[in-house]
Design a protein around this ligand. Structure first.
Ligand code: SAH
Ligand code: SF4
Length: 363
């Protein structure tokens, strides 16, 4: 199996080409064909010499994902299901905001963190995505936009699809390098957000990377008891390990952190928890922003969405305590655009189809 060329950073591509007898300047040309002119065939790289094209063709592929399903919502959200070379299915979402076009990428096939409210966590991790497979999601969406010839460009990225990005750290960092590269897609670091369930040691490492990328932490509960109940990762990294990691990140980067908080009816949505959350963040409130997320119901799980009144009270309590916050606006609810939903439905369908076949065959 050839590897995806999208998995290489510019430096890696340069070294690789030089190692294979090509001139150093070729990497800039190849890079521009991939990320600025965005060809999908090595033969279309017009100013690149034949020996370079041949050696690239022998060792790399450009396209490894195939589009299985594409759904467009009334609000312009587009949801893609891509099939990987090994048959696994992932999902990618394009969202339209007044500030630009944002793509939500997947980092793993399934997720092992197993949060009790999440559709991705229900299906365990099958494997990590390669850096190339993460980048290719952006390229697929951009190629789709290019085809419409409206000059639209992916300007923002959220790493909030299926999977825990900090459980696939090295590939994540390669991906961030590729999409951020000024000679290519040039998506600004400040326009990229990585969301983690709170793998504390990796938060230290991320702080040390010296990049301007935004960090979001899925906090979801203001005390250990409740957090462990809904996120079992809290056993490994409870709040007393998480908060120092956050403090380190803030001190090192001086960048604001977004705290994500899903509101689950009668579980974590009382005014009492809003006060506890405010207490927890009080000493860092100038660098904190709380994103309140209306829960998207997932089949076979016990939670319900909080009432509007509870959401408003939670919001108002935080605001009154001086904690900046907002309620996440939803995108594409008519097309299952929430984390992992379309994919898990598709997998259920496949299972049902296979079961039906077996039953028909009498096995
Ligand atoms: N694994 C990372 C990133 C992917 S999940 C993380 O957990 O942060 C991205 C966000 O979607 C997280 O904040 C997650 O808690 C949220 N999410 C998961 N399932 C959801 C659901 N059913 N409704 C609303 N938000 C959900
Ligand atoms: Fe994994 Fe994030 Fe879903 Fe938790 S919320 S199961 S960490 S994808």
């Amino acid at each position: 199996m050839k590897t995806s060329i999208y998995g290489l950073t510019f430096e890696q591509l340069t070294d690789w080409l030089v190692d294979h007898g090509e001139k150093k300047f070729r990497s800039k040309q190849v890079w521009e064909w991939l990320y600025q002119k965005r060809v999908t065939d090595f033969d279309d790289m017009k100013n690149v010499n034949q020996s370079c094209i041949d050696v690239l063709k022998e060792n790399f592929t450009i396209e490894t994902l195939s589009e299985e399903i594409k759904q467009e919502s009334e609000d312009g959200t587009v949801k893609y299901l891509f099939k990987l070379h090994d048959g696994n299915i992932i999902e990618t979402v394009l969202m339209r905001f007044n500030y630009g076009l944002s793509v939500c990428v997947t980092t793993q096939v399934g997720c092992n963190i197993g949060c009790s409210f999440c559709a991705s966590g229900v299906l365990r991790k099958n494997r990590d995505l390669t850096g190339g497979e993460i980048t290719e999601q952006i390229m697929k969406v951009q190629h789709d936009l290019d085809g419409k010839q409206k000059g639209e460009r992916v300007s923002h990225i959220v790493v909030m699809g299926i999977g825990e990005p900090f459980d696939n750290y090295d590939n994540l960092i390669d991906f961030l390098n590729v999409v951020n590269d000024k000679k290519g897609l040039s998506i600004g670091a400040r326009h990229i957000t990585v969301s983690t369930s709170g793998i504390a040691p990796k938060m230290y490492e991320f702080a040390d990377e010296g990049i301007q990328i935004n960090l979001a932490l899925s906090i979801h509960a203001p005390n250990n008891e409740l957090r462990t109940q809904i996120m079992k990762i809290n056993r490994a990294y409870p709040l007393e390990k998480l908060m120092p990691a956050i403090d380190y990140y803030l001190e090192k980067t001086n960048r604001r952190i977004t705290f994500e908080y899903i509101l689950l009816k009668d579980v974590n949505d009382h005014v009492k928890e809003a006060h506890q959350l405010a207490d927890l963040l009080m000493d860092k409130k100038h660098l904190s922003y709380v994103n309140l997320i209306p829960y998207n119901p997932v089949a076979d799980n016990p939670y319900e969405r909080s009432d509007k009144e509870a959401i408003l009270n939670f919001y108002q309590t935080l605001m009154d305590r001086g904690i900046k916050c907002g309620v996440r606006t939803e995108h594409g609810t008519d097309i299952d655009a929430a984390c992992g939903q379309l994919r898990s439905k598709q997998i259920e369908k496949e299972k049902a189809r296979k079961k039906g076949k077996k039953e028909k065959a009498g096995v």
